[in-house]
Write a protein that binds this ligand. Structure first.
Ligand SMILES: [Zn+2]
Ligand SMILES: [Zn+2]
Length: 319
């Protein structure tokens, strides 16, 4: 079980470091990894259009909410439109580009339902109109339609030079190395840093010194982050059976479950935002195709479209 996560191979650390820096995950998180962004998007997908609604439902501080909506508009993921009934007031709506984050948002929902601590803001049940069933979003391979888990993929690394240069320009180390990294609003326990660390572990970096090398951050900062992730149930720290002086970091069921989130977000960032291939390239072992994630209905197996899904158990604020 989980064989690919417990491989004893030693990863090429320089390659892994450059692949992480030039991954679409890293670059995507630089723009959408701020606190609350995904909560705002999640709200939009459940029908929130008004500033006050987001504020009441999520309790986001006003200036933060204003800033996040501004960012989402600038990125072209939302646009402002006057209300029909009150033309002087503006509402926020998802654009066509914003709607493409749907599989990712569904993976956030899945993870939050299972492991998160903020379930109050999420719908209890999702209903799929075409088949009429309540469902859980399932990650499948767009090429063959099979349900896909992390162990079904073969990951290969190919550094993207353009994104690597861009990472150097944007001060990757400074941004990612910040000790007061912001939370993403994906649960209370997961932020941009945690996702990068989880990815490094997925790529075979299990020792502290390997993680320092590939993440390029100060060891004191990393030590603090790792211990808080262990406390939060996102990592296990176990004795290394091969070397009694060292310990190894391993994923937990909760962090392994972030895989759907990571792969959907990386794919979105590659195709819709950066227009660059990611340096981390998954292939679906079963069918041999490059893995393109798809969120499917657990009841009927069809790919999920935002307009086909409705919600139950979500307290819609009154209009
Ligand atoms: Zn496949
Ligand atoms: Zn269905």
């Amino acid at each position: 079980m989980a064989r690919s996560l417990t491989l004893a191979f030693a990863p090429d650390l320089d390659l892994t470091r450059d692949a992480l820096a030039s991954s679409t995950l890293n670059h995507g998180l630089m723009v959408l990894g701020e606190s609350w962004v995904m909560s705002v998007m999640m709200g939009a997908f459940t029908g929130v259009t008004r500033f006050e609604e987001w504020q009441t439902r999520l309790g986001i501080p006003r200036p933060t909410l204003a800033d996040r909506l501004k960012t989402l508009v600038e990125l072209g993921l939302m646009r402002q439109r006057p209300y029909q009934e009150r033309p002087r007031r503006m509402g926020y709506h998802l654009t066509r580009a914003g709607l493409k984050l749907y599989p990712h948002v569904l993976m956030v929902w899945v993870w939050e339902r299972r492991w998160g601590e903020r379930q109050a803001h999420l719908p209890d049940k999702l209903l799929h109109a075409p088949c009429g069933h309540s469902f859980v979003p399932t990650l499948t391979c767009a090429a063959c339609g099979e349900k896909t888990g992390i162990n079904d993929l073969q990951l290969s690394l190919k550094v993207n030079k353009i994104l690597l240069d861009k990472a150097a320009l944007t001060g990757r180390t400074a941004r990612l190395g910040s000790a007061n990294a912001t939370r993403m609003g994906l649960g209370l326990r997961v932020d941009r840093w945690s996702l990068m660390i989880v990815t490094a572990v997925v790529l075979g970096c299990h020792h502290f010194d390997a993680l320092v090398h590939v993440l390029g951050i100060a060891s004191s900062v990393l030590a603090r982050r790792l211990s808080s992730m262990v406390d939060a149930g996102l990592l296990l720290n176990q004795p290394d059976l091969q070397d009694a002086r060292r310990s190894v970091y391993r994923l937990t069921p909760a962090s392994r479950d972030l895989f759907g989130y990571l792969v959907c977000f990386s794919t979105w960032a590659a195709g819709e935002y950066l227009h660059q291939p990611s340096s981390i390239r998954p292939v679906h072992k079963a069918c041999g195709n490059p893995f393109v994630p798809q969120a499917s209905c657990s009841a009927c197996g069809d790919a999920l479209k935002p307009w086909d899904v409705s919600f139950q158990g979500l307290n819609r604020p009154s209009h």
